[in-house]
Structure formats: structure tokens, C-alpha cells
Ligand binder design. Sequence first.
Ligand code: DAK
Length: 250
Amino acid sequence: MSVPVVREGAVAVVTIDRQEALNALDVPTLTELRDVLRGLRDDPEARVVLLTGAGEKAFVAGADIKYMSGLDADGAKAWGALGHEAATLLETMPKPTIAAVNGFALGGGCELALACDIRYAAPRARFGQPEINLGIVPGWGGTQRLARVCGLGVAKELILTGRNVDAEEALRIGLVNAIADPVLAHALEVATALAAKSPVALGIAKRLLNLSPGALDREAEEFGDLFDSEDAKEGLTAFAEKREPRFVGR
Ligand code: DAK
């Protein structure tokens, strides 16, 4: 297994493990990751998904450059589609996804982290979209998501220069939410706290946050509909009754 999943209560910890290549994604590893994410999307027992890389050095050092060197245009399109599917699953599954970036997150690795809802970095983590140095461009959503997360100016500078940033700079430009040591323990603590919240409200909050700016009508509509759920009634009532809410997922 290159992508083992360990359950910590309602948190699913997904580890990309191909350490001989700094967890770079080849076809079998990326396919397995996509399949794991599909399964977790549909698994109500998994309330939060935490993504990390095996070993001390890397989160994911990118798409496998040796594999990509043999691709023609059709092969590259299929490769792009597979990575897009994995990233879109992280971005859109109706539960929080957290990246615990324990080392290099370059190219496709940075793109997977960007597709997660929250990113935490180890002090040694490094981020970048170095594709330009290989004569290619980010192909798994980096041109869009880096701009959405950090702003267009930052995204243009990083993608056009291909330079890497350390954890401190990543924090300063908003690429990560925090630096933590040990990063996995911190991410797990936040994930566990999220797993206790209403899955209904988390799913809708995430969907609304993912809407393009200006979609305020959708926000108003979904905010109203949410009030039909048992969880909203329970959460609001529990506050008034000064007790912890008991969310049931409906
Ligand atoms: N691919 C394949 N192997 C990799 C790799 C990668 N991305 N990154 C590292 N490795 C392998 C190395 O080749 C080495 O293998 P051996 O030589 O021992 O067999 C092993 O991992 C250890 O790496 P190093 O010896 O280089 O370790 P160092 O500590 O010296 O350096 C490093 C670490 C992360 C600075 C260095 O490995 C490095 O620069 N790696 C490449 C980083 C990179 O450029 N990543 C971005 C890849 S491009 C698209 C779809 C997708 C994409 C683009 C377009 N379309 C459909 C259009 C995605 C592109 C990318 O992700």
C-alpha cells in the first residue's frame, strides 16, 4: 500500500508513502490516492480527512518527473485529469480536509495541499510550483488555487519564477494557516475538534466557501435551508441551554 489510511476516531489520516522518490506521485500512487479519497468522501464514519507524507523529508515532491518525461499530449491530458480528480475530491468532499505538510510540497504536492481546506506546515516544510523550471506549467489546479489562496500577484510571482518558499514565508503570504511542530499532532488536534462539530453544517459551510465571490444569493438560500436540520436546532438550543450540543448528522 502506498497510501495507507489510519483511523484516529472519526479522523481519517491518509499518508502518501513512496519515500524512495520523496513521495512523488507516479500512476499507481496517484490512482490509489484518488480511490482512497473517493471512499472517504462517501464514508460517513470519516468526518475529517487529514493528508500527510511519509518520512521526515517530504509531503509530496511533485508529480513523478521521470514518468512525465515520456508522456505525449494525450497521456499528459489523462495524467492531468487523474490529478485534477484527486485534488477536486479534497476540495469538494463534504467534510473538512487538512494538509499536514511535513516537508517538501512541490509542484503537484503543493497543488494537493492547496486543494485541502486547511494547511499546516512543519518548520522544515518548503513549498513551490517549480514546473516552469521543467518547461511545463502546474497541471493539477495550481494556477487557479494558488491565486485564490494567496492572491493573483503572489501566484504569478511564484509560478512564473518557480522559486520555493520556506515555512515562514508560506505563513506570511497566506499559503499555510500556521507553522506547527510536530505538525501532524497539531493537525490531528484540529481535525479532532472539527470532527465533533455538525457534519451537516461543516459540509454546507465548505460548499458555500467554495462558491465564487458574488454568490450571496446561494449563501442566503442555503443558510435558510440549514435551519430545517436537526443539527441546527440542536446547536442553537444547546447554546441557550448552556450545554454541549449532540449533533446527529441530519
Ligand atoms: N519525481 C520523480 N522523482 C523524484 C521527484 C519527482 N518529482 N522528486 C524527487 N525524486 C527522487 C529523486 O530523483 C531521487 O531519486 P534517486 O535519484 O535516488 O533514484 C530521490 O527522489 C531523492 O531525491 P534527491 O536526491 O533529489 O533529494 P534532495 O534532498 O537532494 O533534493 C528536492 C530534494 C525535492 C529539492 C529534489 O528532489 C527536487 O528538486 N525534486 C523535484 C521537485 C520538483 O521539481 N517537483 C515538481 C515536479 S513537476 C501536468 C500535470 C501535472 C504536473 C504538471 C503538468 N499536466 C497534465 C499538464 C505536475 C508537475 C510537477 O509536479
